[in-house]
Design a protein around this ligand. Structure first.
Ligand code: GLN
Length: 491
C-alpha cells in the first residue's frame, strides 16, 4: 500500500473511489499523499492560501470509519476536494484573496459545502484566486501569485488559478472554482485539465462571495470528464436560498456519459477563429473538429454575429454588479478596519482604501459610473439589451446544432507580468468564454493538445441550457479517444 501512495496524486477521482471501495487504500493514506505532495510542491506552485492538515485527516478518519461499516455516503466518500477561497466553509478562512477579508473566518457553510459534506468528501485546502475573482492570471491575488505547473514562469490563468494549478500539480484530485466570465474554463485550458461552468442556476450561489451575481456560477475542475460528472452530480440541485437556483431533475451524469452516443451536429462559430487566435491553438482545435467529423458527426458553420460586443457588455454589467455587491465590505462589520480613523466616514473610506487593491477599485469605480443617474440608460440598460441579443445569437445557433465547438482561449499560458500592466490585454484573454456567461449557457474546457513549447491547449464546448449530460457525453467521446488527461507536468 505504501508504494502505491507515490503514484496516488495523479490518479483520477474515479480511480481513487474504486481503490477506497475495494479497501486497497484508506482515506487517511490518500489524504496524507495529497498533503505530502502539496508540501513538496507548493513552495513553487503557490496554489494554496491555507489548509488545515489535522482537520483534513480527521475528516478522512471519519470517512474510513463509514467505509469500514459499509456505509459510504457517496462514491466520493473520503476523496479530497479543495475549494477556491471564495466559498464558505464553517470555521475556515474565506479571504477571496483580499486584504479586506484577510482575517475573516466563515461562520456558515455554502450550499456546495453542505452537499460535499453530505457526500463525505474530505474538504482539503483553500485555493488562491484573483482578488474577488477579478482577473485572468491570479496575479491580482493580494497574497501570492500562483504559477502554472507546466512552466513556473507562466501564469495558470484566472481567476480560479489556484483551483486549476493545484489539480495540474497533483495536490488535490478535485477542486471547485467559480466562473463569471471564464474563470473556470480559461485556467483549465491553460493548465491542461478539465473545467466546467454549468448553466446559470444549476448550482446554488449561496455561500459564494458575490462578484457579478447574474453571471457567477460555481463549477468543478478535474483530470477527466467522468470526474467532472461525478462532482457535478453532488453539487448540482435546487436551493431556496439562491433565488436564481433552478428547479430541475438532476440526472446521473456519470451514467449519461455512456448512454448518449451521438452522432451529434456540431456548430463551429466562425467568429471564434479570426484575428488574435494563435495558429497552434487554431490547429489543435481544428484537429478536434476533424475528429468529430471522422466519428460521423455533422459539422456546421454557424455565426454569433454579436460576439464582438460581448467584452464591452460584460465589463459594464460585471462592474455594475460588483460595485453593488462589494458595498458590503465597509469596515464596520466583518472586514478589515483601518486603524487610522477619526469618524465614521474615515472608517468606510480608509478601510476600503487599504483593503481593496487596484483592480478591484477600478471595477468599483467603473461600475458606480455606469449605474449613476444620467449614465444608467446609456450604459447599463443598453448593455442588458445587448446581452439579450448575444443570447439570441446562441439560441439561434442551437436550433440546428447540439453543441458549439471553439478554442477556450486565444493563446497558451502567458508569462507572469506580461499583461498585468495593461488591463485591456488581460480582459481579452476571456474573449471566447465571456459570451457563455452573458448567455447563461453551460460550457467546458478540456485538453486537446500541446504547443511546440509543451504548453496545454484547451477546447471549449458550449451546450444548450441545462443539457449538461449531453455536453459531458460529447466531451467524453473526444477524451476517450485521446490520452491528453494522462499527461502531467514534471514538478
Ligand atoms: N477575467 C474575467 C474578469 O476579470 C472573468 C473573471 C471570472 O470569471 N471570475 O472579470
Amino acid at each position: 500500500m505504501t508504494t502505491m501512495t507515490e503514484h496516488l496524486f495523479y490518479k483520477t477521482a474515479t480511480e481513487l473511489s474504486a481503490l477506497l471501495e475495494k479497501k486497497e487504500i484508506t482515506s487517511v493514506e490518500l489524504t496524507k499523499a495529497f498533503i505530502e505532495r502539496t508540501k513538496a510542491t507548493d513552495d513553487s506552485v503557490k496554489a494554496f492560501l491555507s489548509y488545515d492538515e489535522a482537520d483534513a485527516l480527521a475528516q478522512a478518519e471519519a470517512s474510513d470509519k463509514r467505509r469500514a461499516e459499509g456505509k459510504p455516503l457517496s462514491a466520493l466518500d473520503g476523496v479530497p476536494v479543495s475549494l477556491k477561497d471564495n466559498m464558505a466553509v464553517t470555521g475556515q478562512p474565506h479571504t477571496c484573496a483580499s486584504k479586506i477579508l484577510e482575517h475573516y473566518v466563515s461562520p456558515y457553510d455554502a450550499h456546495i459545502t453542505e452537499q460535499l459534506k453530505k457526500a463525505g468528501v474530505v474538504l482539503w485546502g483553500r485555493l488562491n484566486l484573483d482578488e474577488f475573482a477579478m482577473g485572468s492570471s491570479t496575479e491580482n491575488s493580494a497574497f501570492q501569485t500562483t504559477a502554472n505547473p507546466w512552466d513556473l514562469e507562466r501564469i495558470p490563468g484566472g481567476s480560479s488559478g489556484g483551483s486549476a494549478a493545484s489539480l495540474a500539480a497533483g495536490q488535490t484530485p478535485l477542486s471547485l472554482g467559480s466562473d463569471t466570465g471564464g474563470s473556470i474554463r480559461q485556467p483549465a485550458s491553460l493548465c491542461g485539465i478539465v473545467g466546467m461552468k454549468p448553466t446559470y442556476g444549476l448550482i446554488s450561489r449561496y455561500g459564494l462571495a458575490a462578484f457579478a451575481s447574474s453571471l457567477d456560477q460555481i463549477g468543478p475542475f478535474a483530470h477527466t470528464i467522468k470526474d467532472v460528472a461525478l462532482l457535478l452530480g453532488i453539487i448540482a440541485g435546487h436551493d431556496r436560498r439562491d433565488s436564481t437556483s433552478y428547479k430541475t431533475e438532476i440526472p446521473n451524469y456519470v451514467e449519461a456519459l455512456e448512454s448518449k452516443k451521438g452522432p451529434w451536429t456540431i456548430g463551429v462559430p466562425k467568429e471564434y477563429f479570426g484575428e488574435g487566435l494563435d495558429p497552434e491553438v487554431k490547429a489543435s482545435v481544428e484537429k478536434a473538429i476533424a475528429f468529430y467529423k471522422d466519428q460521423g458527426c455533422t459539422i456546421k458553420e454557424v455565426s454569433i454575429p454579436k460576439l464582438d460586443l460581448a467584452l464591452p457588455t460584460y465589463y459594464i454589467i460585471a462592474t455594475a454588479e460588483a460595485s453593488s455587491n462589494l458595498a458590503r465590505y465597509d469596515g464596520i462589520r466583518y472586514t478589515h478596519r483601518s486603524e487610522d480613523t477619526k469618524n465614521a466616514i474615515d472608517v468606510y473610506f480608509k478601510s476600503r482604501e487599504e483593503g481593496f487593491s487596484e483592480e478591484v477599485k477600478r471595477r468599483i469605480i467603473l461600475g458606480t459610473y455606469v449605474l449613476s443617474s444620467g449614465y444608467y440608460d446609456a450604459y447599463y440598460l443598453k448593455a442588458q439589451k445587448v446581452r439579450t441579443l448575444i443570447r439570441e445569437d446562441f439560441m439561434k445557433a442551437f436550433e440546428s446544432c447540439d453543441v458549439l465547438i471553439t478554442p477556450t482561449t486565444p493563446t497558451t499560458a502567458f508569462k507572469r507580468g506580461e499583461k498585468s500592466a495593461d488591463p485591456l490585454q488581460m480582459y481579452l484573454s476571456d474573449i471566447y468564454t465571456i459570451s457563455v456567461n452573458l448567455s447563461g449557457l453551460p460550457g467546458l474546457s478540456l485538453p486537446c493538445g500541446y504547443s511546440s513549447e509543451g504548453l496545454p491547449i484547451g477546447l471549449q464546448l458550449i451546450g444548450k441550457p441545462y443539457e449538461e449530460a449531453e455536453l459531458l457525453s460529447i466531451a467524453h467521446a473526444f477524451e476517450s479517444a485521446h490520452d491528453y488527461s494522462a499527461k502531467h507536468p514534471e514538478l
